[in-house]
Design a binder for this molecule. Structure first.
Ligand SMILES: Cc1cc2nc3c(=O)[nH]c(=O)nc-3n(C[C@H](O)[C@H](O)[C@H](O)COP(=O)(O)O)c2cc1C
Length: 259
């Protein structure tokens, strides 16, 4: 049994003992929609109305990593907020949402970032409208109470679940090794990064995910606590100049099987 599973079970048992729930209740309660949930749904539909295309085929299948952008095209901060808001509907483990973003869109910010990116990435930093730096918050569980209360208020789960999940998150996550916490960060941040790239396409922009940057100085360079915030990936965004590279893929039989 993995360290994560064993710890999770112990923490779940401890949280269950002090809550009014039994194991059978976990996840079995049907959500009840209420006014807050309706309002949230309207907010999200308003975000979708701002998409320039809703053609999922084009959004997904015509995405190519973009080596160079039209430097004259700028994404406004309001539009970037809409893009990030839509992207953060990505799922995350226990809904902990460990992602944090620094959007670099000023000449000063780009000059700072340029110092730490690899040689292949200078042109993207120079020509992109914005570069979204994705960091993972190693103390993501500190938001558990707030997140679960908001879900409860939207009718997402009953009070007992709210209490149980909060106790669980607060007792389980701080005990994890740094390595395991970072595993959580990496899978959740990966999901939001993909969502970000797809939403950018829906807004008519192109992107390039980039791991080619020095991780060690990244947080401090942007005034973040380096012990707390793990740099995960940076994503350049703007209007592509020309066409991105066409990249091959392994055949489906090489990567998938049915059993
Ligand atoms: C985690 C990750 C890191 C990457 N880092 C870089 C990078 O530093 N520089 C770069 O030019 N492309 C980078 N890429 C882009 C990949 O090279 C690209 O996704 C891959 O070749 C497939 O091409 P496509 O995105 O056009 O389909 C990265 C992609 C991922 C997913």
């Amino acid at each position: 049994m993995s360290e994560k599973k064993m710890d999770a079970e112990t923490a779940a048992e401890a949280a269950l003992k002090t809550s009014k729930m039994s194991t059978d209740d976990v996840n079995l309660n049907q959500p009840k929609k209420n006014e807050k949930a309706d309002a949230r749904e309207r907010e999200l539909l308003d975000l979708a109305k701002k998409f320039k295309t809703n053609d999922f085929g084009k959004i997904l299948l015509a995405r190519h990593s973009c080596p160079e952008y039209d430097p004259n095209v700028k994404i406004s901060r309001d539009e970037m907020r809409d893009i990030l808001e839509a992207a953060t509907t990505a799922p995350s483990s226990l809904n902990m949402q460990p992602w944090r973003f620094v959007v670099v869109d000023s000449d000063e910010g780009k000059a700072k970032l340029d110092k730490i990116v690899g040689p292949a990435n200078h042109l993207k930093v120079k020509t992109a409208s914005s570069i979204v730096m994705v960091f993972g918050d190693r103390k993501f569980y500190e938001q558990a109470a707030k997140i679960n209360e908001a879900t409860y208020e939207m009718g997402g789960f009953p009070k007992e679940n709210q209490e149980f999940l909060t106790k669980f998150a607060q007792s389980y996550f701080p005990t994890l090794s740094e390595e395991t916490k970072e595993e959580w960060i990496m899978h959740d941040c990966g999901l939001v990064e993909m969502a970000l790239m797809l939403v950018a396409r829906a807004h008519g922009y192109d992107t390039n995910p980039m791991d080619g940057f020095k991780k060690e100085p990244a947080a401090k360079l942007f005034d973040l606590d380096e012990k707390r915030y793990k740099p995960v990936l940076i994503v350049s965004m703007g209007k592509a100049k020309g066409h991105g590279r066409y990249c091959s893929r392994l055949s489906l039989d090489e990567v998938a099987r049915f059993e």
